[in-house]
Structure formats: structure tokens, C-alpha cells
Design a binder for this molecule. Structure first.
Ligand code: S3P
Ligand code: PEP
Length: 441
């Protein structure tokens, strides 16, 4: 895997133009790995994402006794399903900082039973998991906190499930509902399982990804809007045989924004108009800002011919790609407001605070609310050394501050600790250099 130095000095670029082949979707990769592991039969996964987050999932499955093989040097994998019960009943699992690994695995391990510990990097131990643990323990699973209550590390022991109706809060992370949905068929062999959502549910499009993949693995989920979901008894995961992982729509956002800021056209390949990822709706925000978007079955392209318009919108449905809009707002013709992004505070870092701090270094005036950001662009973007807070998306979206007007003034931008991109996009800076036609090293 690519290793970057402690910082990268990015060269300014007047234009962005070109074609980028996207790495696989993180959300689809980790869901598919777990479902393939739990299924009956063998699954051939094509174009799995190669990154830290998928690595921790693959390693955890291996420790749990799931057999998988990588086909040569490709990103194609064969996973031999265990039909609902992991062969190894005692394991210590390192989850890095992958929300898409720890949350679904916690639910799957708690309902199948065994003696497991799950832990991660220090930030993972500050990311909440209490709503998921409460929902599970209320029906009889046995999950304990070995550190701070409400946060990993977790110790899972064999419990005694006495109810098949669960209730979970959805206002901190949609991944708790995703985790319960993925685990539900494992306990629906004889009785229907129902999951109720208490209160508001955030990041809804990620639930659509979950439901889509569960269905591809042969399980029907009946739903009542966003309020409740039922898995009828007698269903089990069955391998679909082959499954292809789309390119990552959140990773696409950086290149599409580059096309919108610095002319374009920039085209991303691997994701298109029929994507199951909510983050493709990022292009709607770029269009509102004045960019021209074209889409095909397997590609999206962005271009623009002038100043971007400011935007004032609710970004709850695309929390990850919205970070890219916060940086694109530096190039807009007035103040932009990103609303309903409270979940940013409990992700890889407190992203509202980190974003505000780093945008200010570039000269923006930033108002930081509990769940919103108002970004007033500077007359001139300043040179700066950007800190990345061990957050891949901070590193990736701030690369955009080297474009267009900033380039004209010969700005210098440094990205500190760029290695964090390995969480989802280990070769990000090479791909970015390709569309900005500059050589980095
Ligand atoms: O389910 C998923 O694949 C994800 C859900 C989102 O998290 P929240 O539901 O916590 O907002 C998103 O930010 C994360 O990167 C991936
Ligand atoms: C929030 C993110 O990750 P996770 O899947 O760990 O929640 C992210 O990738 O932006």
C-alpha cells in the first residue's frame, strides 16, 4: 500500500481535467464482505475496495474462521460463507476506525453468541455505540463496555435472546440500524424479527444501501417507511454467486468538485446514474452551485465556466460528501450554509470544528453552530499548512484549495499527515495529481 511522507506540498493548479477510475465503495465493500461471510454458499466479490477499513473487516472475518481468498493481485475475492454461524467462538478483533466494520460486527456477534472483544484506534473509543448496545442488550444479548460506558472497547459474551422486537435510536448514526438489519436474519430462523426506529433517523440513504444488499443476499425486509422493519421468519442469507462493488461515490466528490471549481471536464468512472449510493446526490449540490453535470451508466462528469454560486442547504442525507461542499464554498460568490450536519461531530474527528479551524487558515470567515457551518469565502485564499486530524476526508477535501484562483496567486498549500487517506483511498493524491496535471514528488 502507498506510503506518503509526513506532509505533502501540493502545487497550485489552474485547471482540472481528466478521467479518474474510482476505488470501490467502502459502504458496499464492508457490507458485502460481512453478508458473504454470513451467507450459505460462496461469493465472488469483484472490485472490492483496498483500504484500511476493508482490511480490518477482512482480518476480523479471518479470525472468526471465515475462509476467503484474494484472486492474484486483483481486488476480486472469493468468500466462503458460514451459513449464519462463525466457526470461531472466541476472538480479539481490531476494528481500526471503521464504523462500517465495528457496528455491524457487534450486532452479528452478539446475536450469534461467543466470547469476543472488539476495539480500535483511540478515536474509535470516542465514537458512540451505546444506542446499538442498548437495543441489543434489551433483547437479551450480553455486551459490556470495558472502557467508557457507551463507547468501544466492547466485550461480547453469550446471552439469552428472549425477544424478537428491537428499538433503536437513529439520530446519532444510521449504522446502528444498519447493524441490526444485517443481524436480524440471523435470529429470524423461527420467529419474525422487527426493528423499530425511535425518533429521527439520520443519513437515510445508507439504509437504502443496506436494504439493497440484504435483498441481493436473498432476504426480504418489509418496511413501514423509516419507522419499522420486519424480517419474516425462515429466511437465511444465500450467496448471489457474484457481486460487483461500485466505485465510491464519496470519493468521487473530490474530483467532481475539482471539475466544478477549475473548469473540467473531470470524469469519474465506476459510479453512475443507477448507483445505490446516496452520495451520488452530491452532484445536485454542485449543480445548484452552477456546475454542469453529465451522467452515464458508469460515469459522472462535472464542468463549469465561472464563479460558483453560494449554497444554503440541508446535507443530512450526504454527510460525507458534504465536507467537499464546505471546501468548494471557498470559491463561491457569497456565504454558504451547510445545515443539519450534527453527525460530523462524532466521526473520524469533530469534523465541524476541524473544518472551521482549517477553512479559517485559508482566510474564510466561518461560523460554527452545533449542527451547521456558515462559510464566507475570503477575497483571496491564503497559503496554509492544513492539519488533517487523522481524518481521510479532511486530507482529501482540502486538496481542492490549490485550484483555480488560489493557483493564480501562486498559493502554497501543505497537507500534514496525508497517510490518513488510507482509510478509504490509499492512492488519493496520485489520482488528484492526474486531474490537476501536476507532478507531486
Ligand atoms: O453506513 C455507512 O456505510 C455509513 C454511514 C454514514 O455514517 P452515519 O450513519 O453515522 O452518519 C457515513 O458517514 C459513513 O461514512 C458510512
Ligand atoms: C464517517 C466515516 O467513516 P465510518 O464508516 O468509520 O463511520 C467516513 O468515511 O467519512
Amino acid at each position: 500500500m502507498k506510503h506518503y511522507p509526513h506532509y505533502l506540498d501540493l502545487k497550485p493548479a489552474m485547471h482540472a481535467k481528466g478521467v479518474v477510475r474510482l476505488p470501490g465503495s467502502k459502504s458496499i465493500s464492508n457490507r458485502t464482505l460481512l453478508l458473504a461471510a454470513l451467507a450459505q454458499g460462496t461469493t465472488h466479490i469483484r472490485d472490492l475496495l483496498a483500504s484500511d477499513d476493508t482490511h480490518v473487516m477482512l482480518m476480523a472475518l479471518q479470525k472468526l474462521g471465515v475462509k476467503w481468498e484474494q484472486i492474484g493481485e486483483s481486488q476480486d475475492y472469493i468468500v466462503h460463507g458460514v451459513d449464519g454461524s462463525f466457526p470461531v467462538h472466541q476472538a480479539d478483533l481490531f476494528m481500526g476506525n471503521a464504523g462500517t466494520a465495528i457496528r455491524p460486527l457487534t450486532a452479528a456477534l452478539a446475536v450469534t453468541g461467543g466470547d469476543y472483544t472488539l476495539h480500535g484506534v483511540s478515536r474509535m473509543h470516542e465514537r458512540p455505540i451505546g444506542d446499538l448496545v442498548d437495543a441489543l442488550n434489551a433483547i437479551g444479548t450480553h455486551i459490556e463496555y470495558t472502557g467508557e460506558p457507551g463507547y468501544p472497547p466492547l466485550h461480547i459474551q453469550r446471552g439469552r435472546i428472549h425477544a424478537h422486537e428491537m428499538s433503536v435510536r437513529g439520530n446519532v448514526s444510521s449504522q446502528f440500524l444498519t447493524a441490526l438489519l444485517m443481524a436480524a436474519p440471523l435470529m429470524a430462523r423461527e420467529q419474525d424479527v422487527t426493528i423499530n426506529v425511535i425518533g429521527e433517523l439520520i443519513s437515510k440513504p445508507y439504509i437504502e444501501i443496506t436494504l439493497n444488499l440484504i435483498q441481493r443476499f436473498g432476504v426480504e425486509v418489509q418496511r413501514n417507511g423509516w419507522q419499522s422493519f420486519t424480517v419474516k421468519a425462515g429466511q437465511r442469507y444465500i450467496s448471489p454467486g457474484n457481486i460487483h462493488v461500485e466505485g465510491d461515490a464519496s470519493s468521487a466528490s473530490y474530483f467532481l468538485a475539482a471539475g466544478a471549481i477549475a473548469g473540467g471536464p473531470v470524469r469519474v468512472e465506476g459510479v453512475g446514474q443507477d448507483s445505490i449510493q446516496g452520495d451520488v446526490r452530491f452532484v445536485e449540490a454542485l449543480e445548484q452551485m452552477g456546475a454542469t453535470i453529465r451522467m452515464g451508466d458508469n460515469w459522472i462528469e462535472a464542468e463549469s465556466n465561472g464563479v460558483l454560486r453560494a449554497i444554503d442547504a440541508d446535507f443530512n442525507h450526504i454527510p460525507d460528501a458534504a465536507m467537499t461542499i464546505a471546501v468548494a464554498a471557498l470559491y463561491a460568490d457569497g456565504p454558504s450554509i451547510l445545515r443539519n450536519i450534527g453527525s460530523w461531530r462524532v466521526k473520524e474527528t469533530d469534523r465541524i470544528s476541524a473544518m472551521a479551524t482549517e477553512l479559517r487558515k485559508l482566510g474564510a470567515i466561518v461560523e460554527e453552530g452545533e449542527d451547521y457551518l456558515k462559510v464566507t469565502p475570503p477575497a483571496e485564499i491564503l497559503s496554509a499548512a492544513i492539519d488533517t486530524y487523522d481524518d481521510h476526508r479532511m486530507a482529501m477535501c482540502f486538496s481542492l484549495a490549490t485550484l483555480d484562483g488560489a493557483a493564480r496567486r501562486g498559493n502554497k498549500e501543505r497537507i500534514n499527515d496525508p497517510q490518513c487517506v488510507a482509510k478509504t483511498f490509499p492512492e488519493y493524491f496520485e489520482a488528484f495529481a492526474k486531474v490537476t496535471e501536476e507532478s507531486l514528488f
